[in-house]
Design a protein around this ligand. Structure first.
Ligand code: GLP
Length: 268
C-alpha cells in the first residue's frame, strides 16, 4: 500500500487528476479502451475539476475511456439532483469528450435490482475489468457503499445504508434525514479488489480515524477500506488533516517514500 500525503486538498486533487490523465494517455487505445472506476461524494470533486481542466488544455481525451461508477441510490433516477448519475453529469461527463454510451452507473430505478447488479458485473467483465478504480472513504471506513460488516468478497448488490451514512449524506438532501434513500446499489469490495489498481482519496480531519483504521490496523470487514491492504497496487492519497490519527513514524515513512512515488512525467 502506498500512502501519499499532500499538504492540502488542492494538491491531492491536482496530483490525482494528473495521475489519471497520465494512465489514460499511456494505456487508452481504440482497440483497448482504458477502464476507469469512479466515485461520487465531495472528496473527488477537486479531482474531477482538474481532469476537466486537463481535458480543456488538450492534455487528455476520454474518447477511448470506459467508466463504471461505484454506486447509486435505489429509487433515484438521473434527473434527480441528488442521484449519483446527476452528480457525474454535473462534475465530469458533461464537460469532457467521454462518449455517453461509455459511461456506466448502476440503475437505481431498475425494476429488478438483483438482475441490474448482475448485469453491472457482467458489463465490467465484458469491458475487460477495471484498470484503475478511484474511490473515497466514508467516516466509518466504508468504500463505495460497502458498510461495516460487508463481506470482503462481496460483489455488486443491493445494500441497506447504515445510520452513520444516512446522517452523513443528509447534507446533500437539505439536512433532511427522511429524504435520504435507505438502500443503494453498490459494487462490492471484491469488485473493487479485482481492479488492476485502486486509488482512494481521503480528505479532512473528520476522516482521520477511518484512515488510521484502514492503514494502521488489520484487514477487517468493519472498516471495509482496510481491504486495500490485500491489493498489490493500492494507493491512498490523503491531505495533512486526514493524517491526524496516524503515528508520527507512519507519517514520516510515507512522507519520505512519497517523494519518489509522487514523481510523474509531464503531460506535454
Ligand atoms: C458515500 C459514497 C462513497 C463516498 C463516501 C464519502 O457514502 N457512497 O463512495 O466515498 O460517501 O463521501 P465524501 O467524499 O462526501 O466524504
Amino acid at each position: 500500500m502506498r500512502v501519499l500525503i499532500f499538504d492540502d486538498y488542492e494538491q491531492m486533487s491536482r496530483w490525482a487528476a494528473h495521475y489519471v490523465a497520465w494512465k489514460i494517455r499511456q494505456l487508452a487505445t481504440p482497440q483497448r479502451p482504458f477502464v476507469l472506476g469512479l466515485p461520487t461524494g465531495s472528496t473527488p470533486v477537486g479531482t474531477y475539476r482538474h481532469l476537466v481542466e486537463l481535458y480543456r488544455q488538450g492534455k487528455v481525451s476520454f474518447r477511448h475511456v470506459i467508466t463504471f461508477n461505484m454506486d447509486e441510490y435505489v429509487g433515484l433516477g438521473p434527473d434527480h439532483p441528488q442521484s449519483y448519475a446527476y452528480f457525474m453529469h454535473q462534475h465530469l461527463w458533461d464537460h469532457v469528450d467521454l462518449p455517453p454510451q461509455q459511461a456506466h452507473i448502476p440503475n437505481g430505478l431498475a425494476e429488478d435490482l438483483e438482475q441490474e447488479c448482475q448485469r453491472y458485473e457482467q458489463a465490467i467483465a465484458q469491458a475487460g475489468g477495471i484498470d484503475l478504480f478511484l474511490g473515497g472513504l466514508g467516516h466509518d471506513g466504508h468504500i463505495a457503499f460497502n458498510e461495516p460488516g460487508s463481506s470482503l468478497r462481496s460483489r455488486t448488490r443491493v445494500v441497506h445504508l447504515s445510520e452513520d451514512t444516512i446522517r452523513a449524506n443528509a447534507r446533500f438532501f437539505q439536512g433532511n434525514l427522511s429524504q435520504v434513500p435507505r438502500k443503494a446499489l453498490t459494487v462490492g469490495v471484491g469488485t473493487i479488489l479485482d481492479a488492476r489498481e485502486v486509488m482512494l482519496l481521503v480528505s479532512g480531519q473528520s476522516k482521520a480515524w477511518a484512515l488510521h483504521q484502514i492503514v494502521e490496523q488489520g484487514v477487517n470487514h468493519m472498516w471495509t477500506g482496510s481491504a486495500l491492504q490485500l491489493h498489490p497496487q493500492a494507493w491512498i492519497l490523503c491531505d495533512e488533516p486526514a493524517t491526524e490519527e496516524l503515528k508520527v513514524k507512519t507519517v514520516r515513512y510515507f512522507r519520505q517514500a512519497g517523494q519518489s512515488w509522487m514523481q510523474l512525467p509531464p503531460l506535454d
